[in-house]
Ligand binder design. Structure first.
Ligand code: ZN
Ligand code: FE
Length: 252
């Protein structure tokens, strides 16, 4: 499995997945036609377009790419009326093969009502869209804080070595937020150096891993006593801590 990262718009990432054995080419969340097509051209084909959710910065290239390459568009069944050009309606827990590469649909509502993640179990790779970011999580637009918290728990429970590819390059500002309420976390200090080095060289900070996120992403660390203390919420539940952090981040 080869994953190619395509920076799109101002801070979006689209991802090409190439299964070399069967020469199957797929793209996750094509934000815009031109940038994506520049990378797809060399394969001379595009079999599948996958969308994590219906927002324009994730589906903007759908129709033009489908028209040019006659691709099949896959999205969650709940979003059948919101994903442009959708052909194949995916269900929760459904497995689907892109050539030899099989993914499972993980239903992760919160950012939107129909948000899904694509988990490739054999390759240990997950595409999380705007649910889990490196060091952060998406805003809660259509769902509840509770839904988003549960969705993040699902992603957190994936094998720790799983590589995480998310929808945006928000890592640096997320890191600043994490440092505000989790400043003694030594893993965060290390991550700071890593992130600065990548960004200085104009490189993505993606992929991250589930293990890295458990160590550094404050939204996955709502059970941490020091964080609870920093928020002055020592008696609160994990879910309450999450809600508080999400609200604070909205105005950070
Ligand atoms: Zn979005
Ligand atoms: Fe987005």
């Amino acid at each position: 499995m080869i994953v190619e990262i395509i920076p799109c718009l101002t801070d979006n990432y689209s991802y090409i997945i190439h299964d070399k054995k069967t020469n199957t080419v797929s793209i996750i969340d094509p934000s815009e036609f031109t940038r994506c097509d520049e990378q797809i051209k060399k394969y001379k084909k595009l079999d599948f377009i996958l969308n994590t959710h219906h927002h324009l910065d994730h589906v903007g290239g759908n129709l033009e790419l489908k028209k040019k390459y006659n691709s099949k568009i896959l999205g969650f069944e709940l979003d059948r009326n919101r994903i442009p050009g959708i052909d194949i309606l995916l269900k929760e827990f459904q497995k689907y093969k892109l050539g030899n590469l099989e993914f499972e649909v993980i239903f992760v509502p919160g950012h939107t009502k129909g948000h899904i993640a694509f988990f490739f179990n054999k390759e240990k790779v997950v595409f999380t869209g705007d649910t889990l970011f490196s060091l952060g999580c998406g805003r809660v637009f259509e769902g509840s804080h509770k839904e988003m918290f549960n969705s993040l728990c699902k992603i957190k429970s994936l094998p720790t070595e799983t590589k995480v590819y998310c929808g945006h390059e928000y890592t640096k500002s997320n890191l600043n937020f994490c440092l505000t309420y989790d400043k003694n976390n030594i893993h965060l200090q290390k991550k700071l150096n890593y992130v600065d080095e990548k960004l200085k060289n104009n490189l993505p900070t993606i992929p991250t891993t589930i293990n890295d996120e458990i160590e550094t992403n404050i939204f996955l660390r709502c059970d941490d006593e020091e964080i609870k203390q920093a928020l002055n919420l020592k008696e609160s539940s994990e879910e309450e801590i999450f809600s508080k952090l999400r609200d604070l981040k909205d105005s950070f």
